[in-house]
Design a protein around this ligand. Structure first.
Ligand code: ATP
Ligand code: MG
Length: 424
């Protein structure tokens, strides 16, 4: 039996009221469900408003015929309706069949019962429903768990994780996001069944892993995360001290993960481009995006160096390691043995960077008001010397040995070419 709490009332987007009423006028039941209800209770911003209904997929298709829809989730009973450019997912009450591969049910069947639908959901805090007129509806003790800050599976934890091992990652991700505890049986089952993550596609694990690392309570919940991290990333050493600063770093995956890797990885062999082989292998295994890999490698390598606090050196550093200086400064601070050490240095860098941005200084040779063609027009032969000349002009402009105006730069280039000829 479920409990209804009529006293809960939230203001929802008009489109959500519209969807619920539109379905009800056609004889169906419809509720807001899942993450939205959880986040409303926690007074946190809601990402997606998902609706659950007793209308079957065919009925839904007929009902939303005149609206822009997305039918890619139809097999699982989900239809997307776009209202005022926002995508709302409407899913038929569903019961999952047997899970044989630790990933997906062999079959799904549609039901007319909200209770059955919420009972297939992963955690009690994710299994709450809300109706604008009826209030909050709880069949699984989700409200109590939410108040107590507990993540508990709906039903027996080992069974639920055996059905779908991705739920293990989700449990840890919600823990790191909300700073909740895992309920004892849920926690035990998570640890015990970690190896069943092997059945899950790496891309799906990594998507959850990214969310986990961005959690606001990552550092505080580390005690419970140790086994997971050791399982996913056995090559990283996890010291007690390395977790705390994580909560002070912005909630950015690349930044936090690079920090962990920098603190916990033995660099070992280096490839031709100066990248630790063990890091490259680890990133390859995680199947992150090319962009994420590149950003992590660049940031990681940049931490091995410290630019001199002067314009030219800083800009050269940023050309070699195209990182956001704010990120580098933050990481340089947290990876320092003594964070106070270098504070003055980092302030100086910030000041120089602010000055560079406030002035019109060319930040790279490409920002100069002349280009390779101008140098060819001066009689230089094509080839690498063009790039070198641009680099020289850029350096001299930054050192204020020449004004950064085209005429002055051309004049300097001409004299350098002449001098080169004399020397040759
Ligand atoms: P987030 O804010 O991260 O999106 P969410 O709870 O909305 O959190 P979704 O992945 O969007 O998570 O899923 C929506 C709902 O579907 C969940 O709240 C939960 O009820 C259910 N759900 C999602 N994944 C699973 C799963 N693997 N097993 C069981 N139920 C799930
Ligand atoms: Mg969601």
């Amino acid at each position: 039996m479920g409990t209804t709490y009529p006293s809960y009332k939230w203001t929802l987007p008009n489109e959500v009221y519209f969807i619920i009423e539109y379905l009800e006028k056609r004889g169906h039941k419809a509720y807001l469900v899942g993450g939205a209800v959880r986040d409303l209770l926690l007074a946190r911003p809601v990402d997606d408003y998902d609706i659950t209904t007793d209308a079957t997929p065919d009925e839904l298709k007929a009902i939303w015929k005149g609206f822009p829809t997305i039918l890619s989730g139809e097999k699982h009973g989900t239809i997307g309706v776009i209202l005022n450019k926002v995508h709302y997912e409407i899913t038929t009450f569903r019961q999952d069949g047997l899970y044989l591969d630790h990933r997906r049910p062999e079959s799904v069947s549609f039901t007319r019962s909200l209770e059955e639908d919420v009972k297939r959901r992963d955690f009690t805090i994710n299994a709450l429903a809300y109706h604008p007129k009826e209030g909050l509806i709880d069949y699984v003790g989700g409200l109590e768990d939410l108040k107590a800050g507990l993540i508990r599976t709906v039903g027996k934890a080992p069974k639920r994780f055996e059905e779908d091992a991705l739920r293990i990652m989700r449990a840890y991700r919600f823990m790191a996001r909300y700073g909740f505890d895992l309920e004892t049986k849920t926690s035990k089952a998570c640890e015990k069944l970690l190896p069943s993550l092997d059945f899950i596609a790496q891309e799906r694990i990594s998507a959850e892993f990214i969310g986990l690392l961005e959690g606001a309570y990552l550092g505080q919940t580390w005690k419970h995360l140790r086994s997971l991290f050791s399982y996913l990333l056995p090559e990283v050493h996890y010291s007690e001290e390395m977790w705390e600063p994580l909560d002070y770093l912005p909630s950015d995956f690349v930044l936090r993960f690079t920090y962990m890797l920098y603190q916990g990885l033995d660099q070992g062999l280096i490839d031709d481009e100066g990248r630790p082989l063990v890091l490259c292998q680890l990133l390859k295994r995680l199947k992150l995006s090319r962009r994420q890999n590149q950003d992590i490698l660049t940031l990681y390598q940049s931490l091995e160096h410290r630019p001199e606090p002067q314009v030219l050196d800083l800009l050269k550093f940023l050309r070699t390691y195209p990182v956001r200086l704010e990120d580098w400064i933050l990481l340089d601070e947290v990876v320092s043995v003594n964070p106070y050490y270098g504070r003055h240095y980092r302030k100086e860098l910030e000041q120089i960077w602010a000055d560079i941005n406030a002035s019109n200084l060319p930040q790279t040779p490409q920002d100069l008001p002349l280009n390779g063609q101008d140098l060819l027009d001066l009689g230089m032969a094509p080839g690498p010397q063009i790039g070198l000349m641009l680099e020289t002009l850029w350096e001299k402009a930054l050192l204020k040995q020449v004004s950064p105006h085209k005429e002055d730069l051309l004049k300097l280039a001409r004299s350098l070419i002449e001098r080169g000829k004399c020397q040759a």
